[in-house]
Design a protein around this ligand. Sequence first.
Ligand code: GLA
Length: 364
Amino acid sequence: MSDFAEAFGRSPDVVAHAPGRVNLIGEHTDYSGGFVLPMAIPQRTTVSLAHRNDGRVRAMSMNVAQREPITFELGHERKQGSWIDYVQGTIVALRAAGHLTAGFDALIESAVPVGSGLSSSAALEVGLLRALRQAFVLDLADVALAKIGRAAETDFVGAPVGIMDQMASSLADAKNALFIDTRSLAYERVPLPTDVEIAVLDSGIAHDHAAGDYRTRRKECERAAELLGVRELRDVDDVGRTASLPAPLDRRARHVVTENARVLEAVLAMRENDPLRVGRLFDASHASLRDDFEVSVPGVDRLVALAQAHPDVLGARMTGGGFGGAIVALVRQGRAGEAAHDIARAYSSRHRGHARILVPEGKA
Ligand code: GLA
């Protein structure tokens, strides 16, 4: 019997998937209206769903110890401080956007690691929204769907995130990067240079976004924009202007302004098939996140340094919100699996760290 049938005593009407994402470059720019360049990872979240005729929702996750559906009534969502909040938040945001659904039974199963900066929460929101779109025949385009997923986090869960993760999960694939202008939400697929591939390693140091640091950075960016007299830091072109700000806002703003420029240059370099330049931009992005934006941690810096020192790696950086989580490396074509192994081995022998290889998949 399938897990769904065991949990709910019937078969699902629909089965939908949504991937996690790795951000190549453009970190902590999306809540300043800036540029980002994520791509999908092979790991994804699967949502099996059957509609109901009443207003009850029953949802179960295969990723937690408690193998029992959690039940709530539509319109009576209450924060519980667990994964179910993402389900509740998604429903609340979907209904607030005018898409009415009845109740449903849903089973969630995810291969996207939690706490690694690879957007397990966006994969859950987008996977659930795709399942609901199909089951209830909702008129919901992919960008609108991403916006609803984001609203679930900002308005219900209470994590003041930008829109990158939901846009990536809704629109990106695992072959191309997705260049997004997070102000206009215009996006474009940009293929990776032909002779490189991506490796992603989880540092094993877990992060927690909803926690204060992300919120503090966001506030610092908003304050910096206010002091500079612009709507958002996206509107600052001349990095010299950031020097007039009091510390640490000067460094925070300098990161955002230079990171936006690095995304634009990376897109150009990718179009010109210049992987060496893209690699150098990865390295510069990490230095900026570590020294100016201060969202890295020593363990992640060590893992990045090992990656950068590897002969087949063209560049490496932390990826995602930071304070732990995963790193991304740009590696010569055909070498990502082996390079990732070398890096993980060096991390454990020199620093007693336990890095997990997430991309290429199946190389752990
Ligand atoms: C998290 C947020 C995103 C983005 C990144 C940092 O993943 O969900 O919106 O701000 O951090 O780039």
